[in-house]
Design a protein. Structure first.
Length: 330
């Protein structure tokens, strides 16, 4: 187990190095740079920038240096916890991301726990009560959940809330708490606004995991060890929950690999529709403006979270499924 963990940690570090290089290359792929995008915006608004001013801006942000030098300087700062200064916001990237990162994680964690709390019992019920009325109902709802885009559901809920309840559905805070300092009143206001975006984000994931859990558990219930356990006279609840459900939980553990970056980014489209102050819209804005320091920090964070999620997922799979541990020893 220790040897496996060390191997995975070494592979994770190497992967993070490649992710950082690939992130920098991707950010540099669009033609031009931040100064070109900045000048284009000024020209569109009727202003102009001289060549000397443009050159001075490139020197200020280090854009006049070779790409290798820019990458080395950027990574040197990142290793010290300094992600640079956002070119658009003219503030340190750590401050720009700031509360947005924590708010994104709160919303995404709420959606994640809601997804698991709904999908796990429904998936077990649908498998144990296969072809029952409840199974057909949940299967139909699952297909609807997979078919309806999250942003469309957000638009429908916003319309219904405004049309019939007179509520302005959207955001994570009431107007008086948007710019307020953190306090128990602001936390309580966040808790009141949290269920709607969490439910919208959880819809598609819930429907998908219900189908996966149902299919895996049905496969496990037909295994010989389950038939043997029933033949020994064990209770049906014990037979189902002891091993088949545990084996069918593998998809839940595997999903952590992509859920970790989801905790950082959230859903960009849903965040834009609901006006959520999360990292997703900030990443979109940084990419459009070619703000390499801000976009690079967010994309690098997403890549590192993917690596961490994969590592955690592998360890959970070894703990949940004894077959994986036995394969590792052979």
């Amino acid at each position: 187990m220790l040897s496996y963990l060390l191997q995975r940690l070494g592979l994770a570090l190497v992967t993070c190095v490649f992710i950082s290089a690939l992130t920098f290359v991707i950010i540099r792929l669009p033609p031009g740079d931040f100064v070109d995008a900045y000048i284009a915006n000024l020209v569109a608004s009727g202003s102009s920038v001289s060549q000397d001013q443009a050159a001075a801006m490139r020197v200020e942000y280090g854009l006049d240096q070779p790409v290798v030098v820019q990458y080395a300087r950027w990574m040197g700062r990142v290793l010290q916890g300094d992600f640079g200064v956002s070119m658009v916001w003219r503030r340190p990237v750590n401050e720009v991301i700031g509360d947005r990162l924590w708010l994104t994680m709160v919303v995404s964690l709420a959606a994640l726990f809601l997804t698991w709390a709904i999908a796990l019992p429904i998936g077990i019920y649908s498998a144990v009560r296969q072809y029952s009325i409840g199974d057909y109902v949940f299967t139909t709802l699952g297909f609807i959940g997979l078919a309806v885009p999250n942003f469309l559901l957000a638009l429908i809920l916003m319309y219904l809330g405004f049309r019939y309840l007179g509520l302005s559905v959207g955001g994570l805070f009431s107007p008086e708490f948007v710019q307020a300092e953190w306090s128990w009143a602001r936390v309580w206001d966040l808790m009141k606004h949290l269920p709607l975006p969490a439910a919208v984000l959880a819809l598609a994931g819930t429907a998908q995991l219900i189908r996966i859990m149902r299919a895996n558990l049905l496969d496990e219930l037909r295994r010989p060890y389950v038939v043997t356990a029933r033949a020994k006279g064990l209770s049906e609840r014990y037979v189902v929950l002891k091993y088949p459900v545990r084996a069918a939980l593998n998809p839940f553990a595997s999903s952590i690999a992509y859920l970790f970056p989801y905790l950082v980014s959230g859903s960009i489209v849903v965040s834009l529709v609901l006006g959520l102050p999360t990292v997703g819209p900030l990443l979109l804005q940084a990419l459009v403006a070619q703000d390499m320091f801000l976009a690079g920090a967010i994309v690098l964070l997403l890549g590192v979270m993917t690596v961490i999620g994969t590592l955690v997922s592998d360890l959970l799979l070894m703990w949940i499924d004894p077959r994986i541990r036995l394969e590792g020893r052979s």
